[in-house]
Design a protein around this ligand. Structure first.
Ligand code: ADP
Ligand code: MG
Length: 335
């Protein structure tokens, strides 16, 4: 049964010149270009933790690859190859076909080749490992921020957590605690229209690969926002031994989010909601114009704060008063 599934996968993967040997042998053989460094990242998606049960197979396929490509984006690496470990409750070819529709659609957009994996029986779980290429010294690390750097974020923040909050408020049978953020109070006036506009950001995040490549060798530090801006920026602070001052009123907000929640709840979603997969990066103020120019036509970028001496992330509101979220980022196994 596994062989049938593997053959189904193999028949659909796109070739790449540097894949000497792909799916079918004991290991893949890959030919990195001379001098390149390999950037390797892996992320697992489990049903009920990283996506609600009942999520469409194609959306699971898309998201499993997207969260991994987001890690390569945050390193400034160019996607090259990936492997896929699938645990399935039963060998369901039509589920697999749907999964591959989403997975391979995103793979084609970034010309990343699926070169191997593993297929087993068990609770639904998807583990992807990605391999990217980056020139030595150009990778965007968490430990490179410098005091005085601007802090930037891409795209909009809070949409994915907002979608999850609306899902939970809609009292669907699929409601679970999800990585996208804390449970929020139920919405008084329903919200199916708003959910329809926000949900794609939860189910089909856009990894900011192009932006990461443009920033490589220019930004000082970067991370992708999977657990909420405050939590993830905290990792840059820790690795770089610095503090971050963030103005919550500057956080970029999509029109759909602005139309869906009042200001305070929106701020909380933007500052602490997970699953957006935007990039947060730091760069010298002298780079402002170059960064705005390189982001044009790729994804909007917004300056939201500054790296300073000290430790931890300090958020302030528009009046400069300290702003405190109720919870800063999703913590696995917290209860
Ligand atoms: P092995 O016994 O060596 O683990 P498998 O039967 O697990 O071999 O896999 C056979 C081939 O199919 C290998 O090349 C493996 O990388 C590939 N493969 C298995 N499962 C997947 C998958 N889910 N996605 C991509 N390739 C897979
Ligand atoms: Mg195997």
């Amino acid at each position: 049964m596994e062989f049938g599934l593997i053959e189904r996968i193999r028949a659909r993967v796109a070739p790449r010149d540097d894949v000497v040997l792909g799916i079918g042998d004991d290991a893949a053989l890959l030919q990195p270009p001379p001098g390149a460094q390999l950037a390797v990242a892996t992320d697992t998606l489990n049903v009920g933790v990283h996506f609600p049960p009942g999520t469409a197979a194609a959306d699971i396929g898309w998201k499993a690859l997207a969260v991994n490509l987001s890690d390569l984006a945050a390193m400034g690496a160019e996607p090259a190859w990936c492997t896929l470990s699938l645990s399935l409750p039963e060998p369901d070819p039509s589920w697999l076909d749907g999964f591959l529709d989403g997975f391979l659609d995103l793979a084609a957009r970034h010309r990343i080749a699926l070169v191997g994996g593993d297929t087993t029986r068990g609770p639904l779980s998807v583990c992807v490992t990605v391999h990217g290429l980056v020139a030595p010294g150009r990778a965007l690390r968490r430990d490179g921020a410098v005091a005085g750097d601007d802090i930037w974020v891409s795209g909009g923040l809070g949409d994915a957590a907002a979608a999850l909050a609306l899902l939970q408020a809609a009292d669907e049978p699929v409601v679970v605690a999800c990585e996208a953020g804390p449970l929020l109070a139920a919405d008084p006036d329903g919200g199916s229209g708003r959910l329809a506009s926000l949900r794609p950001r939860l189910d089909r995040p856009t990894p900011r690969v192009e932006l990461g490549l443009q920033l490589a060798g220019m930004a000082h530090a970067a991370i992708d926002i999977s657990d909420g801006l405050i939590a993830d920026l905290g990792h840059i602070c820790q690795a770089s031994r610095l503090a971050a001052d963030v103005e919550v009123d500057r956080l970029p907000c999509s029109p759909a989010l602005a139309a869906s929640f009042e200001a305070e709840r929106r701020r909380e979603l933007q500052a602490t909601g997970g699953d957006d997969y935007e990039l947060c990066f730091t760069a010298a103020p002298a780079m402002r114009e170059r960064i705005e120019a390189l982001a044009t036509g790729v994804v909007p970028v917004t300056r939201v704060g500054r790296m300073v001496e000290g430790e931890g992330v300090r958020a302030v509101d528009g009046d400069g008063a300290p702003w405190q979220p109720r919870q800063s980022g999703y913590v696995h196994f917290s209860g």
